[in-house]
Design a protein around this ligand. Structure first.
Ligand SMILES: [Zn+2]
Length: 196
């Protein structure tokens, strides 16, 4: 069904939410990260008909719609109302981002290790960096990513999964982002990532 009305740009139905979740689960299976009976397979999705995402997080750019959902206790929560921009890829990006948090929650060890620390500056969840650093374009894949190591990881993972590990051209030649990309590849390879 075409999503043409103004309000539909900000709404995701239950069907669309679960379709996006299923699509990302398929992606995770394709790249080897979600194995039958594995822990990631136990992550569930909940859709909240009355839920409102982070409308109007000031200063957020288009790449920041991953602020709409949240992950808690092995469940990815998706609110019906948010900054979805009426795009199926936008909703899937939110699910990809939240799976990044799920991965760090379920397999925490590599996120405390040297590979992660060197690239992301601190262990996952340990350090809050200054919110919305002015130089985020040089060092992070999105403005939201620059808020802390958790979001930096989740945003990087979202793009990594979406692009099947191929770094978008706009990040080439930026050493901080290249280092995070390489670290992501190295961490995921140990978890079964089967591309590149
Ligand atoms: Zn997040």
């Amino acid at each position: 069904m075409p999503r043409t009305t103004f309000l539909s740009k900000f709404h995701v139905s239950q069907t669309e939410a679960f379709r996006a979740f299923d699509a990302v689960c398929r992606e995770l299976r394709d790249v080897g990260l979600m194995k039958g009976g594995g822990e990631l397979e136990g992550v569930e999705c909940e859709w909240h008909p009355e839920g409102i995402g982070s409308f109007g997080v000031s200063g957020c750019g288009l790449s920041d719609f991953a602020t709409e959902g949240y992950y808690w206790n092995r469940t990815i929560h998706l609110p019906a109302w948010g900054f979805w921009f009426g795009s199926a890829d936008g909703i899937r990006n939110v699910v990809r981002h939240e799976f990044g948090h799920a991965l760090a929650d379920i397999r925490p060890k590599p996120f405390k290790g040297a590979v992660f620390r060197r690239a992301f500056g601190a262990p996952y969840g340990r350090r809050k960096v200054a919110r919305f650093r002015s130089d985020w374009e040089e060092s992070c894949v999105s403005k939201y990513a620059s808020s802390c190591t958790q979001e930096d990881w989740a945003e990087t993972f979202m793009l990594f999964l979406r692009n099947k590990g191929r770094m978008p051209a706009r990040f080439r030649g930026l050493p901080d982002i290249e280092a995070k990309w390489d670290a992501t590849h190295s961490i995921l390879s140990k978890m079964g990532w089967n591309r590149g």
